[in-house]
Design a protein around this ligand. Sequence first.
Ligand code: FEO
Length: 165
Amino acid sequence: MIDSTIEKALNDQIEMEALSSHFYLAMASWSENQGLNGTAAFLYRHSDEERLHMLKLVRFVNERGGRAVIPALDAPQSEFSDLPAIFSTLLDHETKVTASINDVVDLCLKRKDYTTHNFMQWYVAEQIEEEALARNILDKLALIGQDKGGLYLFDRDLEQLQPEA
Ligand code: FEO
């Protein structure tokens, strides 16, 4: 049976992943409305990935004899000034997700819950990739600046990029 403190921390993490999915869905929709179809495709995939991150936690909590709680979510931000604003918001959010995952890992060690600790390692590795990818995209956008041709190619490239790549 899962420790109630760990159960609470995992339920908080479920909410965080659900929020990420919701957040990236709003970003995808904004991008699609701007005609940035490659960026939209990337962010729709990213939103789907986050839902899977949430689902993996839901199943784990229930399998361990706990009770996963599906949270209510506030409406996410839906207006953005430009692509750098989108991806810097995304990076800020991922940094918070990483901190939250690290807190869960820390709690697992304190409570000697090595099963959940082991399960959480997948999330630790995933966060390294997600943060690196967001930084890489922001670097590219900084290089492109206001160059319309560069933005066109950027958007086309993002169509092929996998969020977990
Ligand atoms: Fe599942 Fe991007 O954190």
